[in-house]
Write a protein that binds this ligand. Structure first.
Ligand code: ADP
Ligand code: MG
Length: 676
């Protein structure tokens, strides 16, 4: 078998499984090899009964205690047992396994591994895996079992088996990396790494394998960026745009003074656009630092010079939000610039009207979603494209615009807080401007880290805020097993909350499985103040500006990376009201407390990212989800910062020596899909 072999050629994969794999984007043996586990089940040492933590999968060893009981209905039989060690007693339940009453009748020492849940009746372990007699656990101890992303009908076991088949029957690929690099950076051999990422014998093997694959993932990304940069530099500036005096007047008339950082960045942008090279620039600024107004200045200046300027947002809600704030400002200050909205959900008639106005050049500023680069749009003289909270503006997008005109200036806006050393590498194709200062009128967000006992108080506090006219977000606890459970979880949480809050308060919920239109609808209702509480998974849109929302409560906050927590917190504290962020955590561990304390102490995203990096160190891969920023397949820009720097150094070397490895890198698509 070779990497290009169809998945149906893998032993055990029939027509039905083939279809299921195709749903996951897996068509060939190679695709399957690169379908890395989302995580691993780690068979850890057993903990004392008194130290089990709610929400986590844990192992305990103890003596069976008392009688094993079976209760419940025919459809749902519940088997209950008790295990006891010197620190305490734990209730254990299984579903629809009544025969366990006999199996466990002999008593004695048992080891159990399962999820710890907390119900009204107290703490228990649910449906654990059984090791009886207890010694059986020793074979499993410290091993890692891969957990794959699944789709309905496909089991983890099926994926795991298919992967094993491929690994065992594949004609080994040749090692692509030059051997001196492997030696210098201590990188595992390719085939070893692939096997090790799927079926690591222990953590050591896993780290070694993962390091290698992350290194190569970063290396390819960096090499593609360098090519992109070369391409950009050869582009002469077709649209020399001098600064228009009316923009300065506009700035003076604004109800607030620009921060020094906003002014500095605006200078950098306007200078660049008036120079003889085309602009490819990233504006990086923490949440709430005021990037939008800087973008508006660039749009306006371009339009006043007689050219068109477009701004692209990732969702309809954000696009509409921008459109409304731009037209509002222009109206208020009498700026004579025609602005249109263009999104996918507009009717055919509405779209045609927008197309006409864009094509004839009447519309000077165009704000929208991806519809801006799709088929039917023709621009008259597009000179500037801005993307907000977007996927990286890659070669494909640039080409799409080029086909619709010349080579416009590009401005990319991002709230991803990363240290400058990393930014230079990750945005190697762009010049970087940083807004490193928040507007002065802000009241700093008040934070607290609390445990579950505080939940009732938090709800009461929210009621009070709502009575004063404010709104709240709640980020739901995460469910590890499957996205399906996540949906159920959010729905249940919202339902319970509604009861708790009483009939007057409107509660809505949001999760990743919803259609875009549905999500937009819910966000819009919240934006207009029709709902008071929004329960959501982390899909809550970046960039959403609802200044009236003042409370953000995050359940299970110990499971998130700090950078992501900071982004979530950034949804509040955007207006004149005092805002609050409640980090809920049941974890008693010292490290967790220490991490969350950082958020408690500072609201500065750059500082947080740095501290996070320092505390997590390399290697802490099991406890915390990836940052969710810069979505690499394996690599995490914070956690793997050291590898990133090494890959950058390696890229320098490969380019300098015109190594043949460089020639093989051609995939620009990788770049466009990375969220910045
Ligand atoms: P982000 O950088 O997260 O995109 P926004 O551009 O949405 O932030 O700005 C957040 C809020 O701050 C907006 O309501 C905006 O009007 C306001 N704002 C922007 N600049 C300033 C400033 N210099 N002084 C006071 N408020 C500002
Ligand atoms: Mg924004």
């Amino acid at each position: 078998m070779i990497e290009e072999s169809k998945i149906s050629e893998v032993k055990g994969v029939g027509e039905k499984t083939e279809k299921l794999f195709s749903k996951l984007g897996i068509y060939t043996a190679g695709d399957l090899l690169r379908y890395y586990p989302r995580g691993y089940d780690v068979y850890e040492e057993a903990v004392p009964v008194s130290e089990v933590e709610e929400g986590r999968i844990m192992t305990v060893t103890g003596a069976l205690f008392g009688r094993v009981q079976v209760s419940g209905t025919r459809r749902m039989q519940v088997t209950t047992a008790w295990v006891k060690d010197i620190t305490g007693t734990l209730k254990v339940v299984w579903f629809n396994m009544p025969f366990l009453r006999n199996t466990l009748a002999g008593g004695g020492i048992i080891t159990l591994r399962g999820r710890i849940v907390s119900k009204k009746t107290g703490i228990s372990m649910e449906h654990p895996e059984i090791f009886y007699p207890s010694e059986k656990y020793e074979d499993k101890l410290h091993t890692l079992q891969p957990k794959y992303g699944l789709t309905a009908g496909l089991t983890n076991n099926a994926v795991s088996k298919a992967v094993r088949q491929v690994i065992e029957n594949l004609n080994l690929s040749k090692e692509p990396l030059p051997s001196n690099l492997r030696l210098k950076y201590g990188l595992a051999e390719y085939n070893y790494a692939v096997k090790g990422i799927h079926f690591p014998e222990d953590k050591e093997v896993f780290y070694h394998a993962r390091n290698r694959l992350v290194f190569e993932e970063f290396l390819q990304f960096i090499l593609s960026l360098r090519k992109l940069k070369d391409g950009n530099e050869r582009l002469a500036n077709e649209y020399v745009i001098p600064k228009d005096a009316r923009v300065d007047e506009f700035i003076k008339a604004l109800p607030f003074t620009l921060t020094n950082a906003q002014q500095k960045v605006w200078q950098e942008i306007s200078k660049n656009m008036a120079s003889d090279t085309v602009m490819s620039r990233l504006v990086q600024g923490d949440v709430g630092s005021g990037k939008t107004i800087v973008a508006v200045l660039a749009l306006m200046n371009t339009a006043l010079c007689g050219y068109q300027a477009a701004m692209m947002a990732p969702t309809e809600v954000l696009a509409r939000q921008h459109y409304e704030s731009v037209t509002g400002l222009f109206e208020k200050y009498g700026i004579p610039v025609k602005t249109v909205l263009l999104t996918g959900s507009m009717t055919v008639k509405e779209k045609r009207r927008a197309y006409d106005r864009i094509e004839c050049g009447l519309a000077k500023i165009i704000i929208g979603t991806h519809a801006l680069i799709q088929g039917a749009v023709t621009y008259d003289n597009l000179a500037l494209v801005i993307t907000d909270e977007q996927h990286r503006f890659g070669v494909k997008q640039r080409e799409a615009f080029a086909q619709k005109g010349g080579a416009p200036h590009v401005l990319v806006m991002s709230a991803t807080p990363i240290p400058r050393t990393l930014a230079i590498i990750l945005y190697g194709d762009l010049d970087i401007s940083v807004i490193d200062e928040l507007p002065k009128n802000r009241l700093p967000i008040k934070n607290c880290v609390v445990d579950n006992g505080y939940r009732k108080t938090a709800y009461t506090f929210m009621k009070k805020q709502i009575a004063e006219g404010r709104q709240c977000y709640i980020i739901c606890p995460m469910v590890e097993e499957s996205e399906h459970l996540e949906v159920e979880n959010v729905t249940d949480y919202a339902k319970a909350l509604k009861e708790e809050m009483g009939g007057q308060i409107q509660v809505d919920f949001l999760h990743g499985k919803m259609r875009q239109a549905e999500k937009d609808d819910i966000m819009e209702r919240f934006g207009k103040g029709k709902t008071q509480i929004l329960v959501s998974t982390t899909v809550i849109e970046v960039g959403i500006d609802v200044p009236n929302a003042t409370v953000m409560m995050i359940e299970n906050s110990e499971r998130f990376g700090l950078a992501q927590l900071h982004q979530l917190r950034g949804r509040v504290g955007r207006g004149k009201y005092q805002s609050y962020c409640i980090f809920m955590s049941s974890s008693k561990s010292k490290e967790t407390r220490e991490r969350l304390e950082i958020l408690n102490k500072t609201n500065d995203g750059f500082k947080i990212a740095g501290e996070d990096l320092r505390l997590r160190g390399p290697g802490d891969l099991f406890g915390i989800r990836q940052s969710g920023l810069m979505d690499f397949q394996l690599g995490d820009i914070y956690q793997d910062a050291k590898i990133l720097k090494e890959a950058n150094e390696a890229a320098d070397w490969l380019l300098k020596n015109e190594n043949e490895y460089v020639r093989k890198i051609s995939s620009y698509e990788k770049i466009s899909s990375v969220i910045i």
